[in-house]
Design a protein around this ligand. Structure first.
Ligand SMILES: *Cc1c(COP(=O)(O)O)cnc(C)c1O
Length: 392
């Protein structure tokens, strides 16, 4: 049997108040970077995340860039980043004319804290004013960008302890992990993006909530968030007489996007529940299949289960990933390979890379399965059956 329609990887869901709020924003004429929906979205996020201050901005990428600026990452500094992630997590380091240090992942696909510690212990030393210096080049290491890959939380207890010990700031790239939280340990009850010094969220089209394009940023220090909001609106010190004390950016979210966002935030708990249900059904249907298995989410957490990663056993399945993906496509199933490693991308040739083992392993073995919030049980059953047939 072949489906009569394509089952998409991940599409947005606008079953709530989206049209109503967007119409309202347009009717009022507030379509640009001012308007009530922007502050309303910020309030909603603050309440949901349990933090005092959130700033809505133009994208997840801009949220990350603003965080690095606020930390004071300057040309010639170094920032530790993952290699197995979307490149937007790393590019802001270059926007600051700083250099990335690429770190491996562990079996959660997130940054490996053991290698992170070993790198800092063996490759770095303390500078005269206490900064961490990369011995080989003499550059100052300022920060770590940690990505919660596919909604799976990184090992934040270890990573935050290491960061404190070495005086590094932690930027959480929570762009894929809105709503993921710890349920045990030191951070029990706390959400992705609220554990490090800064947290970035994205509302791009395939994220768990979307505003078309958009994002948000929070930080441990509410004053820092207010500073980021100021920078995101062209650093206006006196908006009527155009006085500016800093270099600002056009990084603010628009009110039309925020209108979508307010409606989407209303739906977030239901989206998370549907993502979790979809994952559980796949898990049940693929249980015992010897040639591939779903990658689990970290214990002690309740993940938003944004994306469902299938790990293919290369000893049993010889077909290249591209072939598997196109075979599934002809059977009306859209899947996607995991990312190409960032340290192998052209702009990052020659960068500092530390002990890569797992990232190359996973990058050749993982595909993501359809996971839209409106996917039906019938579609999931069809995908699971077909995956077993194609990889069988
Ligand atoms: C989506 C994403 C981003 C970028 O977010 P945008 O809103 O598209 O700028 C950054 N990092 C990761 C890991 C992402 O998945």
């Amino acid at each position: 049997m072949i489906m009569d329609h394509m089952i998409p990887l991940a599409i947005p869901n606008f079953e709530g108040n989206e049209r109503k709020y967007v119409d309202d924003a347009v009717d009022q004429g507030w379509v640009s970077t001012g308007g009530a929906y922007i502050t309303r979205l910020e309030k909603q996020m603050e309440e949901f995340l349990g933090v005092p201050e959130v700033a809505a901005c133009q994208s997840g990428t801009s949220a990350l860039h603003l965080s690095l600026i606020d930390i004071g990452v300057v040309p010639g500094d170094m920032v530790i980043v993952p290699t197995l992630t979307f490149i937007a997590a790393v590019n802001p380091v270059r926007y600051c004319y700083a250099d990335p240090i690429f770190m491996d992942c562990d079996d959660s696909l997130c940054m490996d804290p053991v290698k992170l510690r070993r790198f800092l212990e063996t490759e770095c030393e303390k500078g005269e004013s206490g900064q961490t210096i990369y011995r080989k080049t003499g550059q100052v290491v300022k920060a770590i960008v940690v990505v919660h890959v596919f909604g799976n939380l990184a090992d934040m207890e270890q990573i935050c302890d290491i960061a404190v010990a070495y005086g590094l700031k932690v930027v959480e790239d929570a762009t894929e992990a809105l709503g993921s939280r710890f349920i045990s340990g030191r951070y029990a009850g706390r959400y992705a993006g609220t554990l490090g010094d800064y947290g970035a969220y994205s509302f791009n089209g395939n994220k768990i909530i979307t505003t078309g394009g958009g994002g948000a940023v929070t930080a441990k220090d509410p004053e820092a968030v207010r500073h980021l909001r100021y920078l995101s609106t062209q650093a206006k010190d006196d908006p009527h007489y155009y006085i500016h004390h800093e270099i600002g950016y056009n990084y603010r979210m628009t009110n039309v996007q925020a209108a979508l966002g307010v409606a989407q935030m209303e739906e977030l708990p239901s989206f998370i529940e549907r993502k979790q249900k979809g994952y559980a059904l796949y898990e049940q249907l693929l249980a015992g299949f010897p040639n591939a298995r779903l990658i689990p989410f970290r214990e002690g957490t309740e993940s938003n289960k944004w994306f469902y990663s299938l790990l293919i056993d290369r000893d049993k399945v010889k077909a290249p990933i591209r072939e598997i993906i196109s075979e599934l496509e002809t059977r009306k199933i859209q899947t996607r390979a995991i990312w190409g490693l960032i340290h192998e991308q052209r702009p990052y040739a020659g960068s500092t890379v530390y002990e890569m083992e797992k990232a190359p392993y996973y990058s050749e073995r993982v595909i993501n399965l359809p996971c839209s919030t409106q996917i039906t049980e019938e579609e999931i059953r069809y995908v699971a059956e077909t995956v077993k047939a194609v990889l069988g």
